[in-house]
Design a binder for this molecule. Structure first.
Ligand code: URP
Ligand code: ZN
Ligand code: ZN
Length: 461
């Protein structure tokens, strides 16, 4: 099967030129000017006037995740399909080890939900919530399975959090075996204290979710994590970094020539904590860490341009309004997370590129290339090059549209961006050579998405 895409403006993390792309099977065979139509060309696409990006990679999503007494509402089918509509062709989801159980049993549980159901490609991080002699021995096995990143939580005590002793032990093991440790870096004990204090004082509205996780809780944990990866020499990645204090901790770490990879998420660049002042409606944005201040948004945009922030993900962890109502009387019972997987690429293009905050190359870096490099998928994923998977987004940079729950494809009945007017829209998406989205229609079924086995990581990009 061959596909010829003519006259697209190809944008990678380093290039910007007009050319044709010839795809054979699942990969890119040739890139050049005036490529002739092959006798066996099965699909011809005229991309004149369109930008062509590498398929987006969102390395932070939670699909069908058991959490806070319920499950996040997107399945592998609905979540990866919604991702494709928005130009994200690969996601990395989080397997959660149950404390007391093995990593292997968690992998089996997550694989059984994903396999045969994913529409887009997916991989897994393994969250180690209980590091002991047994799990230590399993790290090597997970890396052989292609799961080369290990997630840790410095918060959610009693469910997911590990202590610093376990953290250091995990880092020592992961470093030796060629993996990467990622972290939810907030100080869980401080947060638990503030949550209890607020509840004891009769403060139960969503605003107090925000007030229970002040900036210092994230800055302190980010600094501690940076110190621990510096000490152990293990490659490290901070997920969903939100604020100035935490980014300054990373900036300080770089002064000793240390690399700490940083991901922020689209919501922290665009939304702020004033949304928590809307009484219970604020529950739509209850997530951890919470939305921050305008000054933090500026810090994060600057951090992207300074190369301190390498990735913009989503932390997509959607719940329906009915699920959010579990915390109607008590903010600490509102399931944490919000829907975003579908709109990351379009929102970042509109607010970042169109508004002149980041370049087209930086856009590709933070939505695709850097995640592929950091997580061991490059150059199969994350770029447009001969031999790479033909994961491509054909993007109309001028088309305006409005985000709404009435038209989105995520399995939630509200949108965190209801009514947002966006410039730039995904027109066609190819995943491993197949047209999967065309003009707002999904052309493949569940089961098309494949598990992506990842390589060992290098700790630099
Ligand atoms: O609120 C969030 N972020 N929910 C998902 C779990 C996590 O901490 O990433
Ligand atoms: Zn988290
Ligand atoms: Zn998350």
């Amino acid at each position: 099967m061959t596909t010829l895409i003519k006259n697209g403006r190809i944008i990678t993390a380093s290039d910007d030129y007009v050319a044709d792309i010839l795809i054979e099977g699942e990969t890119i065979k040739t890139i050049g000017r005036n490529l002739p139509l092959q006798v066996d060309t099965t699909t011809f696409i005229d991309a004149t006037g369109l930008l062509v990006f590498p398929g987006g990679i969102d390395p932070h999503v939670h699909l069908e995740m058991p959490f806070m007494g319920t499950f996040s509402s997107d399945t592998y089918e609905t979540g990866t399909r919604a991702a494709l509509f928005g130009g994200t062709t690969t996601v990395i989801d989080f397997i959660l080890q149950k404390q007391g159980n093995s990593l292997r049993s968690a992998l089996e549980e997550w694989s059984s939900r994903a396999k045969g159901n994913a529409v887009g490609d997916y991989s897994f991080h393994m969250a180690v919530t209980d590091f002991n002699a047994g799990t230590k021995a399993e790290i090597k096995e997970m890396i052989e399975e292609g799961i080369t990143s290990f997630k840790t939580f410095m918060a959610y005590k009693g469910a997911l959090m590990i202590d610093d002793r376990q953290m250091i032990g995990l880092m020592d093991e992961v470093k030796q075996l060629g993996g990467l440790v990622t972290v939810h870096a907030t100080n869980g004990d401080m947060i638990d204290y503030l949550v209890e204090k607020n509840r004891a004082e009769g403060n139960f509205s969503p605003l107090y979710h925000y007030l229970s996780q002040p900036e210092v809780t994230e800055a302190e944990a980010s600094e501690r994590f940076a110190d621990m990866i510096n000490y152990t020499g293990c490659p490290g990645y901070i997920v969903h970094l939100t604020c100035e204090g935490a980014l300054n901790a990373v900036r300080n770490a770089t002064r000793r020539n240390q690399k700490v990879f940083v991901e922020t998420c689209i919501q922290y660049l665009l939304l702020d904590a004033s949304l928590y002042e809307k009484d219970f409606d604020g529950a739509k944005w209850v997530m951890s860490p919470p939305l921050r201040e305008k000054k933090d948004q500026s810090t994060l945009w600057a951090g992207i341009n300074q190369g301190l922030v390498q990735v913009v993900g989503t932390d997509h962890c959607p719940f329906t309004w009915e699920q959010k109502l579990m915390g109607k009387e008590d903010f600490s019972k509102i399931p944490n997370g919000h829907p975003a997987i579908e709109h990351r690429m379009e929102l970042l293009f509109s607010e970042g590129v169109k508004n002149g905050k980041i370049s087209l190359q930086k856009y590709v870096e933070v939505t695709s290339t850097n995640a592929a490099k950091i997580f061991g998928m490059f150059p199969k994923k994350g770029t447009i090059a001969i031999g790479s998977d033909a994961d491509l987004v054909l993007f109309n940079p001028d088309q305006k549209h409005t985000i709404s729950a009435n038209t989105h494809h995520m399995n939630t009945d509200y949108s965190a961006y209801e009514g947002w007017e966006v410039t730039g829209k995904v027109k066609t998406v190819l995943l491993r050579g197949e047209v999967v989205i065309d003009n707002n229609e999904c052309l493949v079924h569940k089961g098309y998405g494949q598990f992506i086995k990842r390589n060992k990581v290098k700790g630099f990009i």
